[in-house]
Design a protein around this ligand. Structure first.
Ligand code: FUL
Length: 459
């Protein structure tokens, strides 16, 4: 009897067993980034095209006042944690002096290695660096033959070994015809192996992962239900199942979280006639809540202009967005609240951990318990955003939840939802002033975990 009791106590005070599939360390590091910048820059910037044909004169790539540090400073002000550069877009033009192509910055008059300059500026200002390399190449003479896969691997190696740490490699799924009218059969396993060999910490993005998946739209948002998992054998780059990519799959065998990409302008590349169409601060904020706030990372494209700098309008929008994000997290009104929970797993998993501001300690319900309520008691606080975060290292679990607040002595439901994941942000229609908040986890795939319940106020 005593030994049975003891095993129960021990079992309940051990951490929950991970619920497969779970993220790799590189995916966990990626989750932490949340918001980062995309840079589409190249001959298209000068030709006005979105998809260059690969026959553009390299000398046309002639920025008049190139200043990569200006980009990085603007991104930093925008709260971006990484910059992903189109080192090679579909036109095949390389923004570094590749030895394996004659269509690169080495063939320009200025001969500036844009990837080098960006790498240096990112290190200087503490941002991470990612590279977009399009396998589709409308310039390279070997495209459409097995030899091209060797060329692409060599190019990858140049980029992955010569520019310091690379944190994301972005493989575009587009696969069109090359200069000889042929399409390429891409050697994905080899491309992936090359990244793993030279940059084991880098997350690989494509429609199919293996680390990060496309969100299924280029509008910059996921869905209110968004699982980090997807079904196996459903995806190859270039054949997206849009809705499944947006929502993921609760019973997916693979952990491949979503990244929501969008451009701050209608086009991915700079076009002067779009200077007045830069997304407003409010639109960017809305997309932030619908991506980061719905378990996806937010990849915002801001293309340099023909001077080689970010346009004033884009810089202003970035700064306003960045100061909003800073203000949003400036104060968490849940800090200091007294927290209790309807169930207890025991020592080490106390409810109080969800308001301590840490992401390495957490609350967890006992095994076999899929619903539980956390109650926060506090001095009356005014907030309009509720933040929830699961312990993704143990697998995404929560299926359904609701949030209630004690307002003027009575309880009122203020928010509800389905999935939580890395982060769920719930915007309330108006600020509420409450002296207590209840988070009810109504259903989960296994005992729920949360490392954060936050109460925020939009600035
Ligand atoms: C697409 C490309 O075809 C666009 O030009 C752009 O690079 C976008 C991010 O991905 O597949």
């Amino acid at each position: 009897m005593l030994s049975m009791l003891l095993t129960t106590v021990i079992a309940q005070t051990a951490a929950p067993a991970p619920l497969m599939p779970i993220p790799s360390p590189r995916q966990l590091a990626w989750h932490r980034l949340e918001t980062y910048a995309f840079v589409h820059f190249g001959p298209n910037t000068f030709s006005g095209k979105e998809w260059g044909e690969g026959r553009e004169d390299p000398k046309s790539f002639a920025p008049t006042a190139l200043d990569v540090e200006q980009w990085v400073k603007a991104f930093k002000a925008g709260g971006m944690k990484m910059v992903i550069l189109t080192a090679k877009h579909h036109d095949g033009f390389c923004l570094w002096p590749s030895k394996y192509s004659t269509h690169t910055v080495a063939q320009t008059d200025h001969k500036r290695d844009i990837l080098r300059e960006l790498s240096n500026a990112c290190r200087k200002h503490g941002l991470k660096l990612g590279v977009y390399l399009s396998p589709w190449d409308r310039n390279h003479p070997t495209y459409g033959t097995p030899e091209y896969n060797d060329v692409f691997v060599k190019m990858l190696e140049e980029v992955l070994t010569g520019y310091g740490t690379i944190d994301e490699v972005w493989f575009d799924g587009a696969n069109g015809e090359g200069p000889n009218g042929k399409r390429q059969v891409y050697d994905w396993p080899r491309f992936i192996e090359t990244v793993r060999k030279h940059q084991p910490g880098a997350c690989i993005f494509s429609d199919a992962g293996p680390d990060v998946r496309w969100v299924g739209n280029e509008a910059g948002h996921s869905a209110p239900t968004c699982w980090a998992m997807v079904k196996k054998d459903r995806y190859v780059p270039g054949t997206p199942h849009y809705k499944e990519l947006t929502e993921g799959a609760e019973d997916g065998e693979l952990y491949i979280p979503a990244e929501a990409d969008v451009s701050i302008r209608p086009g991915w590349f700079y076009h002067a006639d779009q200077d007045s169409k830069v997304k407003s601060r409010d639109t960017l904020i809305d997309l932030y809540f619908r991506s980061v706030g719905q378990n996806a990372n937010f990849l915002l494209n801001v293309p340099p202009d023909r001077r080689g700098i970010l346009h004033e309008n884009d810089v202003a929008a970035l700064a306003e967005f960045g100061s909003f994000i800073k203000g949003l997290y400036a104060r968490d009104f849940a800090r200091g609240a007294k927290v209790s929970s309807s169930v207890s797993r025991g020592r080490g998993f106390e409810a109080s951990r969800v308001v301590d501001g840490r992401d390495d300690t957490y609350w967890a319900a006992p095994d076999d318990t899929v619903s539980a309520t956390l109650e926060l008691e506090m001095r009356p606080q005014t907030f309009d955003v509720v933040m929830l975060q699961e312990v993704m290292a143990l697998g995404q679990r929560i299926r359904r939840f609701s949030v209630e607040a004690r307002i003027d002595g009575g309880w009122r439901e203020i928010a509800k939802g389905t999935t939580v994941g890395w982060k769920r942000l719930l915007r309330l229609p108006a600020p509420v002033t409450a002296s207590a908040v209840r988070v009810r986890v109504e259903d989960a795939r296994a005992c729920p975990t949360l490392h954060t319940v936050g109460l925020l106020k939009t600035p």
